[in-house]
Design a protein around this ligand. Structure first.
Ligand code: SF4
Length: 453
């Protein structure tokens, strides 16, 4: 699956390390897949916060000279994906503000479901907003809170918001990390090799900076980082976990541990389940790179059909910043993927992808494989049909653009010109994700339409 569903952001926080901004920079590098439109870091030297943010990839936004200005032992960072027409630098994070208690920066992954209501109330009371970001609501709620201490103001503010949020706050002397009561988006805690702590959206950031994974920040938990102290934990909400199951399907990097388990192993298990529920006679199993790779390996292992890299992906085309029109999307598929004719010609091919969103990409891929000489192309999808949009921090097309919301599986098969099509069903997905089938632990709304908030 390419270019159709996008995670909106990644967050990172470093506390108690003399190279905090450099570690935040490297961590953001490994989280680049969660947002490529803008990046930013705020650091604190104990007396003042310093912030740099801009549009573009992490590598483009920062260089040695800029990082040197982000001094201090603590830093928070963000990478951002932006929807079309909404790519102003004003909407890049961290969001920085001066207020009566001092200075503060915030980074946020997620989507607040009552953002408009909260914003309207604040505007009625005279607040002036500079951006369209949900995150700015928090700055106002904290600044206007009647509590005396920042910690109490943060608790006061997060109790007024609803929806999905993994947040990291930085003040001049402290850092705070918080997950919403459902834990929609991931956030993990680690220990840095030479002292200090890291929190990040995914554990692949820990591996790059040599940090040791301690545990996930719990749903509804607020962690407080203070000099010379272990992180303190406050339970702001009773946890009612509803982790985003799509993190396993597509968003998270395969080398991350998300919600307590390996993304790679989970994806491979999805491929095995798919082979069990939707077998087909074929000569070769190939993935749509990169998302379909672990599931295709699982499908091949379970079915006994050889696995091959039948499609090569060009990683070097970069991003264009051109409005993503339908025409542009089609061209992007051609630029990104090319068939390995030696592998495909004269073969019955099973092609594995992680999801089908609009169907146009799948159709192009299948045509490409048939043009390369495949005698049959059987599409297998390692998630259930995507029928509903997400309101919890993931950018999905509207329901009328989601092919599975508007066509049956047979109709989609015909549309994408496959010889057969099968999806993983909800039960099999849950079985792959956790053997004890705890449906209530996961959000599956984009497959089921069952929204929790
Ligand atoms: S609706 Fe889908 S993408 Fe959004 S949080 Fe739920 S499972 Fe994840």
């Amino acid at each position: 699956m390419l270019e159709n569903i996008n995670e909106k952001c990644a967050v990172v926080g470093i506390f108690g390390h003399k190279e905090a901004s450099k570690l935040a920079y490297f961590s953001l590098h490994s989280l680049q897949h969660r947002g490529q439109e803008a990046a930013g870091i705020s650091s604190s030297d104990g007396t003042k916060l310093h912030t740099i943010k801009d549009r573009g990839l992490v590598m483009r936004v920062f260089d040695e000279e800029k990082l040197a200005t982000l001094s201090g032992n603590s830093a928070i960072g963000h990478t951002r994906y932006s929807t079309a027409g909404d790519d102003s630098i004003l909407d890049a994070q961290p969001v920085f503000a001066r207020y009566d208690l001092g200075e503060m920066s915030i980074v946020h992954n997620g989507n607040l479901t009552n953002a408009e209501e909260v914003r309207n109330k604040l505007i009625e009371k005279g607040a002036i907003f500079q951006t369209f970001m949900d995150t700015e609501n928090l700055i106002h709620l904290i600044a206007k809170s009647s509590k005396d201490k920042l910690l109490d103001r943060i608790i006061d503010a997060v109790q007024r918001i609803e929806g999905a949020f993994s947040l990291v706050f930085l003040s001049r002397t402290k850092m705070f990390a918080m997950r919403d009561r459902h834990g929609f988006r991931p956030l993990s805690l680690g220990r840095l090799p030479n002292g200090g702590y890291i929190v990040a959206s995914e554990t692949c950031a820990f591996d790059l900076v040599g940090a040791e994974f301690i545990r996930d920040v719990e749903p509804g938990e607020l962690l407080i980082f203070e000099e010379d102290k272990a992180p303190q934990s406050i339970k702001v909400y009773e946890p009612t976990p509803k982790h985003c199951i799509f993190e396993y399907v597509y968003f998270a990097r395969p080398d991350s541990q998300v919600f307590g388990q390996s993304v790679y192993q989970t994806r491979k298990e999805m491929g095995k389940e798919l082979a069990r529920i939707a077998p087909v006679e074929a000569d070769v199993v190939i993935p749509v790179p990169d998302g379909g790779v672990p599931s295709a390996i699982g499908y091949a292992q379970e079915s006994g059909i050889p696995y091959e890299m039948g499609i090569m992906r060009n990683h070097y085309i970069g991003r264009t910043f051109i409005e993503p029109t339908q025409e542009m999307r089609d061209l992007k598929v051609k630029m990104k993927l090319s068939p390995m004719i030696d592998i495909i010609k004269g073969k019955r091919v099973v092609v594995i992808d992680d999801s089908i969103v609009r169907g146009t990409t799948s159709r192009r891929i299948i045509r490409m494989l048939k043009d390369a000489g495949a005698t049959e192309v059987h599409m297998r999808v390692s998630s259930p049909p995507t029928t509903d949009p997400c309101f919890y921090g993931v950018d999905t097309p509207d329901k009328d653009k989601l092919i599975a919301a508007n066509m049956t599986t047979d109709e989609i098969c015909e549309y994408i010109e496959a010889d057969s099509l099968a999806y993983l069903d909800e039960e099999s997905l849950l079985r792959s994700v956790n053997s004890d089938m705890q449906e209530e632990k996961y959000c599956t709304a984009c497959f089921t339409g069952k929204y929790i908030v």
